[in-house]
Design a protein around this ligand. Structure first.
Ligand code: AMP
Length: 113
Protein backbone atom coordinates (compact mmCIF):
# COMPACT_ATOMS: atom_id res chain seq x y z
CA UNK A 1 0.00 0.00 0.00
CA UNK A 2 1.56 3.26 -1.14
CA UNK A 3 0.34 5.27 1.86
CA UNK A 4 1.58 2.74 4.43
CA UNK A 5 4.85 3.79 6.05
CA UNK A 6 5.97 0.20 6.66
CA UNK A 7 5.17 -0.82 3.06
CA UNK A 8 7.32 2.14 2.02
CA UNK A 9 10.13 0.83 4.25
CA UNK A 10 9.76 -2.60 2.63
CA UNK A 11 10.01 -0.95 -0.80
CA UNK A 12 13.07 1.04 0.35
CA UNK A 13 11.30 4.34 -0.29
CA UNK A 14 12.02 5.23 3.34
CA UNK A 15 15.39 4.32 4.89
CA UNK A 16 15.60 1.93 7.80
CA UNK A 17 18.24 0.02 9.70
CA UNK A 18 17.49 -3.50 8.54
CA UNK A 19 18.30 -6.32 10.94
CA UNK A 20 16.92 -9.21 8.87
CA UNK A 21 15.14 -9.64 5.55
CA UNK A 22 13.79 -12.50 3.46
CA UNK A 23 10.95 -12.97 0.96
CA UNK A 24 8.26 -12.76 3.62
CA UNK A 25 9.68 -10.91 6.61
CA UNK A 26 11.49 -7.67 7.41
CA UNK A 27 13.04 -6.76 10.77
CA UNK A 28 14.39 -3.27 11.39
CA UNK A 29 15.32 -1.00 14.26
CA UNK A 30 12.55 1.13 15.74
CA UNK A 31 13.24 4.80 15.02
CA UNK A 32 12.15 5.77 18.55
CA UNK A 33 13.55 3.00 20.75
CA UNK A 34 11.86 2.40 24.09
CA UNK A 35 14.57 -0.01 25.28
CA UNK A 36 18.29 -0.59 24.49
CA UNK A 37 17.19 -3.15 21.90
CA UNK A 38 13.95 -2.27 20.07
CA UNK A 39 13.37 -4.02 16.78
CA UNK A 40 10.18 -4.25 14.71
CA UNK A 41 9.31 -7.41 12.80
CA UNK A 42 6.74 -7.24 10.01
CA UNK A 43 5.34 -9.43 7.26
CA UNK A 44 5.94 -8.03 3.79
CA UNK A 45 2.27 -8.73 3.07
CA UNK A 46 0.23 -5.73 4.14
CA UNK A 47 -1.98 -6.85 7.02
CA UNK A 48 -3.38 -3.85 8.88
CA UNK A 49 -3.87 -5.25 12.38
CA UNK A 50 -3.85 -8.44 14.44
CA UNK A 51 -7.61 -8.37 14.03
CA UNK A 52 -7.21 -8.75 10.25
CA UNK A 53 -5.09 -11.91 10.45
CA UNK A 54 -6.56 -14.98 8.75
CA UNK A 55 -5.66 -18.66 8.74
CA UNK A 56 -3.49 -18.18 5.65
CA UNK A 57 -1.28 -15.76 7.61
CA UNK A 58 -0.54 -18.21 10.43
CA UNK A 59 2.69 -19.54 8.89
CA UNK A 60 4.30 -16.14 8.37
CA UNK A 61 3.29 -14.99 11.85
CA UNK A 62 4.84 -18.15 13.27
CA UNK A 63 8.01 -17.44 11.31
CA UNK A 64 8.09 -13.88 12.67
CA UNK A 65 7.95 -15.16 16.26
CA UNK A 66 10.76 -17.65 15.59
CA UNK A 67 12.82 -14.94 13.90
CA UNK A 68 12.26 -12.66 16.90
CA UNK A 69 13.66 -15.42 19.10
CA UNK A 70 16.68 -15.81 16.81
CA UNK A 71 17.38 -12.07 16.74
CA UNK A 72 17.01 -11.93 20.51
CA UNK A 73 19.70 -14.59 20.80
CA UNK A 74 21.96 -12.75 18.32
CA UNK A 75 21.58 -9.60 20.42
CA UNK A 76 22.40 -11.49 23.62
CA UNK A 77 18.91 -11.15 25.07
CA UNK A 78 18.17 -14.83 25.53
CA UNK A 79 19.78 -15.23 28.94
CA UNK A 80 17.89 -12.48 30.75
CA UNK A 81 14.86 -12.43 28.48
CA UNK A 82 12.94 -9.99 26.37
CA UNK A 83 9.43 -8.95 25.39
CA UNK A 84 7.49 -9.36 22.15
CA UNK A 85 4.53 -6.97 21.83
CA UNK A 86 1.75 -6.46 19.32
CA UNK A 87 -0.48 -3.42 19.72
CA UNK A 88 -3.90 -3.85 18.09
CA UNK A 89 -6.02 -0.86 17.04
CA UNK A 90 -6.72 2.27 19.06
CA UNK A 91 -7.22 0.78 22.51
CA UNK A 92 -4.12 -1.36 22.05
CA UNK A 93 -2.06 1.73 21.25
CA UNK A 94 -1.43 0.89 17.58
CA UNK A 95 -0.09 3.85 15.60
CA UNK A 96 1.10 2.21 12.39
CA UNK A 97 -1.55 0.12 10.66
CA UNK A 98 0.70 -2.54 9.17
CA UNK A 99 0.92 -5.39 11.64
CA UNK A 100 4.20 -5.44 13.54
CA UNK A 101 5.77 -7.09 16.52
CA UNK A 102 8.05 -5.14 18.84
CA UNK A 103 11.09 -7.02 20.17
CA UNK A 104 12.26 -5.19 23.29
CA UNK A 105 15.09 -5.96 25.65
CA UNK A 106 18.49 -5.10 27.04
CA UNK A 107 17.27 -3.99 30.46
CA UNK A 108 14.57 -4.88 32.98
CA UNK A 109 11.38 -3.59 31.34
CA UNK A 110 8.54 -1.88 33.16
CA UNK A 111 5.07 -3.38 33.08
CA UNK A 112 3.98 -1.17 30.18
CA UNK A 113 6.73 -0.16 27.81
P1 AMP B 1 2.71 0.92 17.35
O1 AMP B 1 2.39 2.00 18.35
O2 AMP B 1 2.65 -0.45 17.94
O3 AMP B 1 1.90 1.06 16.09
O4 AMP B 1 4.24 1.12 17.01
C1 AMP B 1 4.69 1.80 15.87
C2 AMP B 1 6.18 1.90 16.00
O5 AMP B 1 6.72 2.24 14.75
C3 AMP B 1 6.67 2.95 17.01
O6 AMP B 1 7.45 2.32 18.01
C4 AMP B 1 7.47 3.92 16.16
O7 AMP B 1 8.60 4.43 16.82
C5 AMP B 1 7.85 3.04 14.98
N1 AMP B 1 8.13 3.74 13.74
C6 AMP B 1 7.36 4.67 13.12
N2 AMP B 1 7.94 5.09 11.99
C7 AMP B 1 9.10 4.40 11.87
C8 AMP B 1 10.16 4.41 10.91
N3 AMP B 1 10.13 5.17 9.80
N4 AMP B 1 11.21 3.58 11.12
C9 AMP B 1 11.26 2.79 12.21
N5 AMP B 1 10.29 2.74 13.16
C10 AMP B 1 9.23 3.55 13.00
Amino acid sequence: MSDCIFCRIINQEIPSKIVYEDDEILAFEDVNPLAPIHILLIPKKHIATMDDVTEEDSAVLGRILLKAKEIAAEKGLNENGYRIVNNCKAHGGQEVFHIHFHLLGGEKLGLFV
